[in-house]
Design a protein around this ligand. Structure first.
Ligand SMILES: [Zn+2]
Ligand SMILES: [Zn+2]
Length: 246
């Protein structure tokens, strides 16, 4: 069975190009997972006609709001309006459960008294080692991004395919390790030529493209500056709603 990847959200933090924050929905043979779940992700899913209760798992790269800030909204909706019964697994970086509890309480003060009526499991992904999440094998590699976000890049094996996602990061050998030989590498490409700390820009991707060895590369998380140059680069660029079959 084919594995499909849908970019429900392909934007940066700040709504550049009218895009939703990062949310990449992967359908494998036995499960549906979202890779990252930015604050706008429930809206993105609704626009794409994807029922949040259909997600079996959420994989998070790091603890910035444009990558994880939608989780409290999803959990509270699941407990109140959506009446979720399906189990949910949330996997991500170190200290995930505690930090998302703090984010939830900041966004919805008093919500700590609510407890899920559906099975909810949290998994802290070890660094550099494959880890089973449902029928997926996920390897988190350390990323070079704001340290307080516990940043990682992810390599996800599902249905015989490999999807790699840089998350937010500068170029590192660990990022290359996550991407090596992947069927699809989803690479953040924040800027076209402006050098930027803790992120990839287009020159850094172009310089390392050959050593990545990924069969296909799709750029995402583009700023206004990068979006203005998207037609100038040979790589595919994501847009909200882009559906890819591997
Ligand atoms: Zn970030
Ligand atoms: Zn980001």
């Amino acid at each position: 069975m084919a594995v499909t990847v849908r970019f429900a959200g392909s934007g940066d933090s700040f709504g550049s190009g009218g895009r939703f924050q990062t949310c990449i929905v992967v359908d494998g043979p036995r499960s549906r997972v979202a890779i990252d779940f930015g604050a706008s992700s429930l809206i993105a899913l609704a626009q794409q006609g994807i029922e949040p209760n259909s997600l079996d798992a959420i994989l998070l790269t790091h603890l910035h709001g444009d990558h994880c800030g939608g989780v409290p909204f999803l959990l509270i909706d699941a407990m109140l309006a959506a009446r979720r019964a399906r189990p949910l697994t949330i996997a991500g970086p170190r200290d995930l459960e505690r930090r998302l509890g703090e984010i939830r309480e900041a966004l919805f003060p008093g919500s700590h008294v609510m407890t899920p009526t559906f099975p909810l499991r949290w998994i802290e992904l070890p660094l550099g080692r494959p880890h089973e999440v449902l029928d997926l094998v996920v390897t988190a590699q350390p990323a070079r991004h704001t340290a307080e976000t516990n940043p990682t890049a992810l390599r996800v094996e599902v249905g015989g395919k490999v999807i790699a996602y840089t998350g937010d990061t500068e170029w590192t050998d660990d990022v290359a390790r996550a991407a090596r030989g992947a069927d699809l590498l989803i690479a953040e490409c924040y800027f076209y030529d402006k050098p930027v700390k803790w992120h990839l820009n287009y020159p850094s991707i172009a310089a390392h493209r050959a050593e990545l060895g990924a069969r296909r590369i799709i750029l995402t998380h583009m700023s206004r500056e990068m979006l203005a140059h998207a037609a100038d680069v040979p790589e595919e660029c994501a847009h909200d709603g882009l559906l890819v079959t591997l």
